[in-house]
Design a binder for this molecule. Structure first.
Ligand SMILES: O=c1[nH]cnc2c1ncn2[C@@H]1O[C@H](CO)[C@@H](O)[C@H]1O
Length: 380
């Protein structure tokens, strides 16, 4: 197997952050070389505490945690914190005991720059919160965009409504100025917006399956997921939750799981559409210079699944994909054609690297069947 991809997860844990972090720690394709923290779902101090706590739960206190910014890139202190989505403690109101470990001395931005210099072109930053730390890294070292391997970010609502308001998605809304810096930095940026993460749902039924597992992660996640489910039931009337952060993480693990388009993204930084991500597809040559002219392009995910080059079925099949039939979705239903929330390896070893460690062979067979069915649907 190829050398695992080095990733730094910039995170604001966060229930779906916890899932993404566990998923990363259970995926042999990636090596988590650090967590960096940011405000968003909780304030930064609590994000650091939760990051340390999650590593403790996973038995991975060897991984360093670097604390990130407490303010936006423009030094704004009026932050929008989504505790109504994740609970006051960010982890489903479980009031876990404080972690024993402490963050390292370096700031998140300094740590990210340092690692990019240590392994030029080899580090992927998976940014799961507002993009302040990444923009600060670019400020610290203008060569950073060319030294970082890739920035996979969860953010934006491309051609769909946001989740903060009709214009803006939460992570971009959290620091639109930082987001605009990152999108126009010239780094290899891959953005996964809620237009795609809303395709990936953990249903009530999936959670029931998770609850049957004795796995350490499964038991932990079932506890913290309660609050996240009730928020989604109330806010969206869905019988399940959106897996925003795990989906972005999977894009970093295996980009071939999604289909992308490429163009220039600018972010609206003020007014009623503050936080809006506007993608220019480069199809029209405008007669005048625009705010999108001569800016570097980025990759933007347009859907889970891909029509031709899908690696699913080559021995390692990645789950966590639920594929909506968009025509039925228009009727207000949520018809899930694909159900699999786990990274499933369909080789002889019957190994499951699962978010929730639902690792019985029986389950594996069941899921593989679903996945094969799904593949046909995805590739037709
Ligand atoms: O309705 C919401 N408001 C604010 N934040 C949200 C909402 N739903 C999910 N998230 C959080 O923001 C990111 C995706 O935009 C995810 O990290 C998710 O946990």
């Amino acid at each position: 197997m190829a050398e695992p991809k080095k990733i730094i997860i910039d995170t604001d844990p966060g229930i779906d952050d916890a899932m993404a972090i566990f998923l990363a720690l259970r995926s042999p394709e990636v090596e988590v070389i650090g967590l960096t923290t940011i405000y968003g779902n909780v304030y930064t101090t609590l994000a650091t505490r939760n990051a340390l706590h999650l590593l403790e739960i996973a038995g991975r206190t060897d991984i360093p945690v670097a604390e990130g910014s407490h303010v936006t890139i423009t030094k704004g202190t009026k932050l929008r914190i989504a505790d109504f989505v994740h609970g006051a403690d960010g982890l489903g109101n479980q009031n876990f005991p404080p972690p024993k470990a402490k963050p390292i001395a370096e700031s998140a931005a300094a740590f990210i720059v340092q690692q990019a210099n240590l392994y030029p072109g080899k580090v992927t930053v998976v940014a799961l919160g507002p993009l302040t730390n990444i923009a600060l890294a670019i400020e610290l070292d203008p060569a950073f965009p060319k030294k970082i391997g890739q920035i996979v970010l969860l953010g934006g609502a491309f051609a769909v409504n946001g989740n903060v308001n009709p214009a803006a998605e939460a992570n971009i809304f959290g620091d639109p100025d930082a987001a605009d810096v990152v999108f126009t930095s010239g780094a290899d940026v891959l953005a996964v917006g809620i237009n795609v993460t809303h395709q990936v749902v953990l249903t009530d039924a999936d959670r029931d399956k998770l609850a049957q597992s004795d796995g350490k992660f499964a038991r932990y996640l079932c506890k913290i997921l309660e609050v996240y489910f009730s928020y989604h039931h109330d806010a969206y009337s869905t019988r399940g939750v959106y897996l925003h952060d795990p989906t972005a993480l999977l894009a970093a693990v295996n980009p071939s799981l999604m289909t992308y388009t490429e163009g220039v993204v600018r972010v609206q930084t003020n007014g009623i559409t503050r936080g809006l991500t506007l993608f220019y597809n480069k199809q029209k040559r405008f007669g005048e210079v625009t705010e999108w002219s001569n800016k570097p392009t980025v990759k933007v995910a347009v859907t889970v699944g891909c029509s031709h080059r899908c690696e699913i079925g080559h021995g390692a099949a990645y789950g966590l994909i639920k594929y909506y039939d968009w025509s039925s979705l228009m009727n207000g239903e949520i018809p899930l054609m694909v159900v699999s929330c786990f990274t499933i390896h369909m080789n002889q070893q019957s190994r499951v690297a699962a978010v929730g460690e639902i690792a019985s062979v029986q389950f594996l067979l069941q899921k593989s069947t679903t996945l094969r069915l799904t593949l046909e649907q995805l590739t037709c």
